[in-house]
Design a protein around this ligand. Structure first.
Ligand SMILES: [Ca+2]
Length: 244
């Protein structure tokens, strides 16, 4: 009596099961074809972008892009409260004391004060030269002239990574017509936190001017430099320096 009923129910159940399997397959097929359409659309977009990129002339070189990025990053996070504080250059705003940079302890939440880009010391590698053209705004009257700063030596104490002591040869070609060149030995330091080389005339040198060059993080090849009066630090001239 029960057997035919069970058989009918069993067949109905199996048919239902097959229907569900079929529906699953259709959904799967739909998803696959949908993904194909999506990929095709992305390929189309990519082809259009490639065509637009090919039209760009001239294509900026990597150095220009790095320099631009570094300047933008510097502008985004330059509002630390005091002169001694420096930004961590992360997604979240944070500042630390410049003496905490490269001291071997992570003080920034993103570890930016201890990373390779910050602490590599490349800008003060002996033999590096920076060349620029100084424009004088006060102190004395000079036509724009070439300036060359060549790193002669550096020394970093193991226990004090926040400063590297630097010696450099500073050459000011103050009069290009008469070939008047003033050269002196500068002594100072590199601050990886402030990205700054500060050079005063060495002991016994009578030169009146000190030089300070500031680098943007991520660009060790370009710096904004000032020539300042040795005693007052009054800014006399500025130049944009590039490594050669
Ligand atoms: Ca630190």
């Amino acid at each position: 009596m029960w057997t035919p009923v069970l058989l009918i129910l069993g067949v109905a159940y199996m048919a239902n099961g097959f229907d569900r399997e079929g529906a699953k397959e259709k959904v799967f097929e739909y998803r696959i074809s949908n993904q194909h359409l999506h990929i095709e659309r992305l390929e189309e977009e990519l082809t259009k972008l490639e065509a637009e990129f090919d039209k760009l002339e001239p294509i900026p070189d990597k150095h220009s892009i790095d320099e631009l990025k570094a300047r933008v990053q510097n502008l985004e996070h330059n509002d630390c409260n005091t002169k001694r504080q420096v930004p961590c250059h992360g997604d979240r705003y944070h500042c630390v004391n410049d003496l905490q940079v490269c001291d071997g302890v992570k003080d920034c939440p993103n570890g930016g004060d201890e990373d390779e880009a910050t602490c590599n010391g490349h800008p003060v590698t002996p033999g590096r030269s920076y060349v620029g053209r100084a424009t004088w705004e006060s102190c004395v009257q000079h036509d724009p002239h070439n300036v060359i700063v060549t790193i002669a030596a550096n020394k970093k104490a193991d226990f004090f990574g926040a400063r590297t002591w630097v010696r450099a040869v500073v050459t000011l070609e103050v009069d290009e017509h008469s070939h008047l060149v003033k050269t002196y030995i500068g002594r100072g330091y590199w601050s990886p936190g402030k990205r700054l080389i500060a050079l005063a005339p060495d002991e016994g040198v009578k030169a009146a001017y000190a030089v300070a060059c500031k680098f943007n993080l991520g660009d060790d090849d370009h710096a904004d430099c000032k020539i300042v009066e040795r005693a007052s630090l009054h800014v006399c001239a500025r130049f944009r320096a590039a490594s050669v």
